[in-house]
Design a protein around this ligand. Sequence first.
Ligand code: HEM
Length: 397
Amino acid sequence: MSDNSAAPVGQPPHFHPLVGAWIVTRHADAVTVLGNPDLFSSSAAFAGSFQQLGCPADIAERLEAIVPAGTPQLVASDRPQHGLLRPLATRLFTTARIEAYRPIVRDLAQGLADDLAGPGPVDLHARFAIPFSARAVLRVLGVEADRAPAVEALAASASLLFFVQLDEAAKRRSAEALLALEEEMAVLLDARTAAPRDDLASALARANASESEPLKRAQLIQLLLDMAFAGTDPVATVLSSFMLRLLATGGAWRRAAATPETIGSVVEEAVRLASGLRGIARRAVRDTEVGGTPIEAGATVLVMPGPVNRDEGVFPDPGNVCPGRAGARTHIGFGYGIHYCVGAPLGRLDLELALTALLERFPDMRLWPSQPVAFARAPLLTQVGRLLVDPGPRRGG
Ligand code: HEM
C-alpha cells in the first residue's frame, strides 16, 4: 500500500542490512529518537554540496555564488545551529498569517477542481494534487500567479536531482532548473525586502530585520528554497494517497462528502495514515539504546511514520479513518520534537481546502476500474505516481 502499511508494527528497533539502518516502528521508540536531538543528529538528512548532488561544476559554481556551500538547511541542522534558524521560520507560520492565505489557497483548489472534466479517466495526481500543492506554497511564498506554473515546473525538474538517478544530460537540465529556481527565490527576496507585501517572503525579510542577529541573505534564500521543496511533495503525497484510500474503501468518499463539518479531523487522519514518508533519518551521536536495543555511535536510525502511526497502543483501530479520535495529533506524520514540521499549519490548510473543493464538486467520484496503481520512485517518499478517477457529474461547488 502507498503508506508503508506493510512495514512491521510493534517490534523493537531492528537492523535492516539492505537499508543499512536501524528501523524504528513503535511510537514510544519514535519519541525517544526524535525527542533527543542531541543524541540523534539530523545531519543524516543532509543532501550534500551541489557537486555531490551531481550538478555539473560550472552550474555548481553559480549556485554557490548565491548560496555558498555549507549554508545550513533547517531540516538537516542540529543544535545550536537549528536554534538560530528555527525561531525565524516559526514566526512565519502563525495561525493568523496562515488563515489570511485561505482565500488564495481556496481559489487555487477550486480553479483546479473546476478543470477536472469527466467522464473519461482523469489523473487526479497529475491534474490536481501536484499543481495544487506546488502552486499553493509558491503563491503563499509570494510568487505571482502568472509565474507560478513556470516556477512549479522548475521545482519539479530540480527535485529530480535529489531523488532520482539521472544520466549526465538529465543532470544538467535539473541543475539548470535548480539554478533558475534559486535565482527566482533570490529575486523574490530582494524585491520583497525593498517593497514588502502580504506574502511569506516579505514576512521573512521583515522578521529577520527585527532579529538581534539577522541571518545572512544566503540563509534566507536557502530557507525559501527549503519551503518551496518541503511544501510541495509531502502535500501532494498525502492528498493522492489519502484519496486513493477513501475512494478504495466502500462508501468512505460519500460519507466524507456528507459530513463536511468533520473535515479538520479527517485531515489529521490523512496525515496520520498517508504521510508517505518512508523514514525520518537520524544518526546516533554516541553509543546508546532505544527501547532496550543497543545502537552504536554513527549508526543511521530510520523512524517509520507508517507503522509508528498505526501503533495500536496509541491509536486503537489504527488502520481505519476515525475522525475526532482521542489523541489525534499524537501521530508523527509531521514529525516530532524540535524538527516538527514548521509548515504544518499550511499543510493542514492545503489539505482541508483541496479535499473540500473535490468533495463539494464531485461527491460521486470513483476510482477508474482495474487500473494498475503506479507508485513514483523516490527514496524518501512513497508517492502515488498516477491516480485515475472518474470524477462523476459535477455539482455546484
Ligand atoms: C501534509 C504536508 C506535510 C507533511 C506530511 C510534512 C512532513 C514533515 C515532517 C515529517 C518533517 C520533520 C522532518 C524531520 O524531523 O527530519 C517536516 C519538517 C519540515 N517541513 Fe513539513 N510537511 C508538510 C508540509 C509542509 C509545508 C507546507 C511546508 C512549508 C511551506 C513544510 C516545511 C517544512 C520545513 C521547513 C521543515 C523542517 C523543520 C525543521 O527542521 O525545524 N512542510 N515536515
